[in-house]
Design a protein around this ligand. Structure first.
Ligand code: F0G
Length: 455
C-alpha cells in the first residue's frame, strides 16, 4: 500500500520557534514544571489538545467573510443550522460558544439533586456540569475499555447489561442517558453503531431521552465504517445520520470535529426542553440565532461540517495517529491500544514502573518530553484525578500521557520527530524520577499546580 498522504496543500504557515534543551530546562523551571504554564511560542509541537487547534481550510476562511453579524435573522445561522441538520436531523439546533456551555444549559434543566445520569464515560466538563447541579454522573463503560492493552474494536461501548440493571434500579432518578463519541476520557475509543442503537433502545424502553456528546462524531463514524460488520460500503454522512437517528438530542463542541476554533451547540427534538433551553441561552450566551458566537463563526462551522465527513480526510486523520502508535509499539513503548481517533495515549504507569502513582509518572514523562524535544502533552492520571473532594489523595485508575493531535496541523515529519523524541526518552526511562507538588489550588489542580522534580 502507498503512503497515505496529507490530503491538502499548505497555503499559510506559522513558524515554529526552535529552542535548545538548555532553554527548555529554564522554561520548565520558570513554569514550575507545569506545561499549562508554558507559553505556546516556547513549544515546538503542541499536543496539549485537539480542541480549537484545527487548521481552517481556504473555504472556511472564505466563509468567515460571508459571516452576517445581524443580531437576529442572520443567514449565517441558517447556513449553520442547515449544515448541522444535514448530518444530525434534530428539530431544534441551539448554538453555544463551546461544548461545555451546551452541557451547562442542558443539565441546568434536566439535572438536579438526587438525579443520576449514566454514560459510557462522561468527559470532565460534562461530569462537572452534571455535578454542579447536585446530580451524579455515572460511567458504565465496558470492561475492555478500562484495559489499556485490550484490542477490542469499540472500547468506547457502554455496557448494556450494566445500563439495564442501572435503569431497573434507578429509573425514577434518571432524567436521561448519554454516550460520548468517541470516548475521549477512555483514549478516544469509538462506540459501535450497534451499541449506540442498543443504548438508545434501552433508554427509550425506560422512557428516558438519549443524548449523544458528539464532539468527535466523524472520527467515530470512520471507525464504524472500517471496523463494524456491514458498514464498509456506506457513506460517512449516512453512518452519522444513523448514529444520531437513535438519539433525542446532542451536545457538541465544534472545536473538535467541525474544524472550528470556537463554537458548539445543543440540539434536541423536545419542543418544551428547547424552549426552556433557548430562554437560558438568551440569559447566558446570547440570542437564539448566534448563542455566544459571531455570525462568521457559525459560517466557519457550517463549512467545517461539510469537510470533516470527507473520507480522504478521515482516512489520513486516523492513519496519522495509528502510524505514531505503531512505531511506538514496535519500539516497546506501552500505549493505549488500539490507537483512538484524536490522540495517542502513552501508558506512563507501565513505562515508568519505578515511579509510584503519587510521584506522578505521567507528569514526569510529559516534562521529560518537553525538555528533550519541546513536545507539549498532557498528563491524564493522578495529577488530574488524584485529589479527592474530602482532601485525601488517591492514585487514578491509569497514569496516561495524552498526545492529542490537532487536525490538519502537523505533517508526517513532525510525527517522525515526535517519535524520535519519545524513543530517546524511552531509552533512558530508568533514569526518570518522579515529581512532587509544592503548591496546588483547591480544585482542578492540574491547570495551575506547581511541581518540583525529585532527584
Ligand atoms: N465533551 C468532550 C468529549 C470533550 O472532549 C470536550 C472538550 C467537551 C465535551 C467540552 O467541549 O471544550 O468546547 O467546552 N475537550 C477538550 C479536550 C477540552 O482537550 O479534550 P468544550
Amino acid at each position: 500500500m502507498r503512503t497515505i498522504i496529507e490530503p491538502f496543500r499548505i497555503k499559510s504557515v506559522e513558524p515554529i520557534r526552535m529552542t535548545s534543551v538548555e532553554q527548555r530546562r529554564e522554561i520548565l523551571r520558570d513554569a514550575h514544571y507545569n506545561l499549562f504554564a508554558v507559553r505556546s511560542q516556547d513549544v515546538l509541537i503542541d499536543l496539549l489538545t485537539d480542541s480549537g487547534t484545527s487548521a481552517m481550510s481556504a473555504e472556511q476562511w472564505a466563509a468567515l467573510m460571508r459571516g452576517d453579524e445581524s443580531y437576529a435573522g442572520s443567514p449565517s445561522f441558517e447556513r449553520f443550522e442547515a449544515a448541522v441538520k444535514e448530518l444530525m436531523p434534530f428539530k431544534h439546533v441551539i448554538p453555544t460558544h463551546q461544548g461545555r456551555a451546551a452541557e451547562a444549559i442542558l443539565f441546568s434543566i434536566v439535572g438536579g439533586p438526587g438525579k443520576k445520569i449514566p454514560s459510557n464515560t462522561h468527559f470532565d466538563t460534562t461530569r462537572g456540569n452534571i455535578e454542579a447541579t447536585g446530580a451524579q454522573a455515572v460511567d458504565l463503560l465496558i470492561e475492555e475499555g478500562k484495559n489499556p492493552s485490550s484490542l477490542h474494536p469499540f472500547k468506547g461501548n457502554m455496557d448494556v447489561g450494566k445500563l439495564t440493571t442501572f435503569l431497573a434500579a434507578n429509573a425514577d432518578h434518571v432524567p436521561c442517558v448519554m454516550i460520548t463519541v468517541t470516548n475521549n476520557a477512555g483514549g478516544g475509543q469509538p462506540v459501535s453503531l450497534e451499541n449506540i442503537k442498543a443504548v438508545g433502545e434501552i433508554a427509550h424502553r425506560y422512557g428516558k431521552p438519549f443524548y449523544i456528546d458528539g464532539c468527535r462524531f466523524a472520527e467515530n463514524a470512520w471507525f464504524i465504517k472500517t471496523r463494524e460488520a456491514g458498514q464498509a460500503g456506506r457513506s460517512i454522512p449516512d453512518i452519522v445520520r444513523d448514529m444520531f437517528a437513535c438519539a433525542d438530542g446532542m451536545t457538541m463542541s465544534a472545536k473538535k470535529d467541525a474544524f472550528a476554533n470556537i463554537g458548539g451547540w445543543l440540539a434536541v427534538n423536545d419542543d418544551e426542553l428547547a424552549s426552556t433551553a433557548k430562554n437560558r441561552l438568551i440569559l447566558t450566551e446570547g440570542f437564539t440565532s448566534y448563542g455566544g458566537l459571531a455570525g462568521r463563526d457559525l459560517d466557519a462551522i457550517a463549512q467545517g461540517l461539510k469537510e470533516v465527513v470527507d473520507e480522504d480526510y478521515l482516512q489520513y486523520r486516523v492513519r496519522a495517529n495509528t502510524y505514531i502508535g505503531e512505531r511506538l509499539t514496535a519500539a516497546g513503548v506501552p500505549i493505549v491500544q488500539p490507537v483512538g481517533g484524536h490522540a495517542v495515549f502513552i501508558d506512563a504507569g507501565a513505562m515508568l514502573p519505578q515511579i509510584p502513582a503519587l510521584r506522578y509518572p505521567g507528569q514526569a514523562l510529559a516534562v521529560a518530553l518537553y525538555e528533550a524535544g519541546g513536545i507539549r502533552s498532557c498528563e491524564i492520571g493522578s495529577v488530574m484525578f488524584g485529589r479527592q473532594t474530602d482532601g485525601t489523595e488517591k492514585p487514578a485508575a491509569m497514569e496516561l500521557v495524552r498526545l492529542a493531535i490537532p487536525r490538519r496541523v502537523y505533517t508526517q515529519s513532525h510525527a517522525d520527530y515526535l517519535i524520535e523524541v519519545i524513543l530517546e526518552v524511552a531509552q533512558r526511562k530508568e533514569s526518570l524520577k518522579g515529581m512532587k507538588i509544592v503548591w496546588e489550588p483547591k480544585a482542578l489542580r492540574h491547570f495551575t499546580a506547581q511541581f518540583e522534580p525529585l532527584r
